[in-house]
Ligand binder design. Sequence first.
Ligand code: URA
Ligand code: SF4
Length: 468
Amino acid sequence: MSVVGVAHDFDAWCDHARRLLRRRVPPDAVAWRDADAGGSLFAPGMEEGGNAPAIRLPATFLERARTVACHRDESRWAVLYRLVWRIGVEGDRGLLDDAADPDVRPFEVMHKQVRFDAHKAKAFVRFRKVQDDADGERYLAWHRPEHRVLPLVGPFFARRFGVMRWTIFTPHQSADWDGRSLTYGPGVDRDPMEARDGMEELWKTYYRNIFNPARIKTGAMLKEMPRRYWSTMPETGIIDELLRDAPDRVKLMMARQQDENPGAEAFLPPAGHRSLPQLRSAAKQCEGCELCDVGTRTVFGEGPRDARLMLVGEQPGNEEDLAGRPFVGPAGRLLDEALHAAGIDRSTVYVTNAVKHFRNEPRGKRRIHMKPTVSQVRACLPWLRSEIEQVRPAIIVALGATAGQALLGRTYRVTQQRGQLIDSEQWGAAVLGTIHPSAILRMPDQPTRDQAFEQFVADLRTASAAAA
Ligand code: URA
Ligand code: SF4
């Protein structure tokens, strides 16, 4: 997916900020203006030059800053520059932990507001089919967000409606998907297809199918859906019908909109209907955490239901996400080799992950693996727990720290506890923690890798002997 020409974009701002920083221009010597508020995003003193060393900023800050950059308040640029200055130049690495700080507070507030607005855009944007004579079908949507959230939600719609050609218009920006790439352009100040209809029925069907319970509790809906969204919600006519069938998930969904993970619990099938195929099928619909918007699909565990040995990884990687199966990428191939060396037949083992969606961040065409957060691991645990309840393995092997902590608690350390069989009352099994095969792949040289591999195989042998 390629992204072209984002107006008001964070990268453009970074460019300017970098130039200023090379000359160590302090924050109070800069006045930031939005590009379309008259004038350009160009402050006095931005000429080239300067040779101060480049500064480094924590990735977590940059990730949040990118979101804050979508806020409509012009002061965001100044807040961002002050933070960059204080963290990068003055070296205050812990600054973001000080929630009461006069720069950190607006940063956090704006971050929250933009995220919330982006969630709303995901929930409320409605596409309509329009006929395009030269080109066949196109879908258009009109939405009025508070902030410039299109860069944040564009990739989500590209994934969800990848086969359609669509454009989303907002007052500030538009995003266009031609089936292959996402392009951002200027906005329009009113709904460009007013009175052009044609897909109400199709939309209603779609709405029934995706059926997000957060939208069906009338009171909550009125609160969550400001009046200005209403005209773009053709499905209001079927709300009564949906209300009748509403599962009891509304609260959880509301929690999700408030930036908390509702967790997978609400998506489990009812007790008595939790066979592995039933679980696998229900997990496809899971929206227990925000990763449902990030990964392509739920990657559920696989293996015999009477397996004595269960292997638990962290989360699917790129190849697993595409294939829908655990451990089929590079780490999976190394795992296969190690299982073979340990004399274990993979087809007798149940293989799964602590988190069932691929957490990643797009970088150009690639998707970079990101470690799942503690809250995401917690959100996903009901699936792993249900798998363990079904399979009832004698031994569970935790591959890496994420799986180890999911199963043994946050004090678990691979370095200290690997290779030990730890009886767990909670899981009705012994848990053996070991290194993650990806960690072996990342090791710098072959002798180190070989040694780590041997140790990994030894741990698998221990587990397999105990399971026999
Ligand atoms: N890494 C994991 O933890 N799990 C997979 O399925 C693949 C890579
Ligand atoms: Fe659900 Fe787990 Fe996916 Fe989050 S990661 S949406 S909890 S399956």
